[in-house]
Design a protein around this ligand. Structure first.
Ligand code: NAP
Length: 260
């Protein structure tokens, strides 16, 4: 299948690690020019160097904190200045934040919404006009399966993620006329730094395989997923192969969500 990604330009927020990093690598392998942004400059440069070593292709690292609107604007502008256009935006930056209601103070509510909801809103706001110039584009918002099935200790993330789903649907309806597709992927458990920390905090006595199997007792596919499995779905959604797919939420959770 031809993904039609050759010559496309993508910006991936939180592209220095985890799912964002592997998505960046996968898009580069498919022929796209890629910019990655995150806060930590060292991690960003390591990520860009590692992609260059593996593919021979330059990746543009941009230091940005997506909780700041100005940084979102700069990340988009730098991408366009460097590569001449932007076709793809992956709003991936985020971190786990799942607590019971009493343990979430106002500051944490606001931070989580700034990071996961307003980060996506601001990056999209600045990217969309450039996508219109290209007569189309594709946005994927990373959310979480908790967005559809909020649990007792899922705050504030399930709320920020539900808002991300609504944002995805509303934007897909509004921007369809501009041939800009907007989709979301609802992540369950994917092995990344934050999940490895969870493993080390909860069950340091187990090997990764044992831990994945233990946690996998509640997952139909029986294990925690890996970053490439998430990156593959994101890459498909931003590709020409998904040209009639918009306003959709795809679970990447090994079947664990109780809803479609
Ligand atoms: N892994 C899972 O099981 C899982 C489950 C549900 C949802 N998700 C969501 O999927 C996305 C990717 O998860 P992951 O596990 O791959 O994450 P990860 O390995 O922890 O990486 C997160 C990335 O986001 C960047 N980031 C964090 N805060 C940022 C900010 N304010 N501005 C810019 N960049 C920022 C980090 O770099 P810096 O720290 O240097 O900024 C890093 O590059 C996240 O949105 C996460 O919430 C993941």
């Amino acid at each position: 299948m031809n993904l039609g990604l050759n010559g496309k330009v993508a910006l991936i927020t939180g592209g220095s690690k985890g799912i964002g990093f592997v998505t960046a690598l996968t898009l580069v392998k498919e022929g796209a020019d890629v910019a990655i942004c995150a806060r930590n400059a060292d991690h960003l440069h390591k990520a860009a160097t590692s992609i260059k070593e593996e593919t021979g292709r330059e990746v543009l690292p941009i230091v940005a904190d997506v909780t700041k609107e100005e940084d979102c604007k700069n990340a988009v502008e730098e991408t366009v200045q460097h590569f001449g256009k932007i076709n793809i935006l992956v709003n991936n930056a985020g971190t786990s934040s799942a607590n019971p209601f009493d343990q979430v103070d106002t500051e944490l509510w606001k931070y989580d919404l700034d990071l996961k909801l307003f980060g996506a809103i601001h990056c999209s706001r600045y990217a969309v006009p450039y996508m219109r110039k290209e007569r189309g584009g594709a946005i994927v918002n990373l959310t979480a399966s908790m967005a559809k099935t909020p649990g007792a200790s899922s705050l504030p993330t399930s709320v920020s993620r539900s808002a991300g789903m609504a944002l995805t649907k509303a934007m897909s309806k509004d921007l369809g006329k501009d041939n800009i597709r907007v989709n979301t992927v609802c992540i369950g458990l994917i092995r990344s730094d934050q999940i490895e920390k969870m493993w080390q905090n909860n069950r340091p006595d187990l090997t990764w395989e044992e831990y994945s199997k233990e946690v996998g007792k509640n997952i139909p596919l029986g294990r925690i997923g890996n970053t490439q499995e998430a990156a593959n779905v994101i890459t498909f959604l931003v590709s020409e192969a998904a040209s009639y797919v918009t306003g959709t939420a795809v679970n990447i959770d090994g079947g664990s969500a109780s809803v479609l």
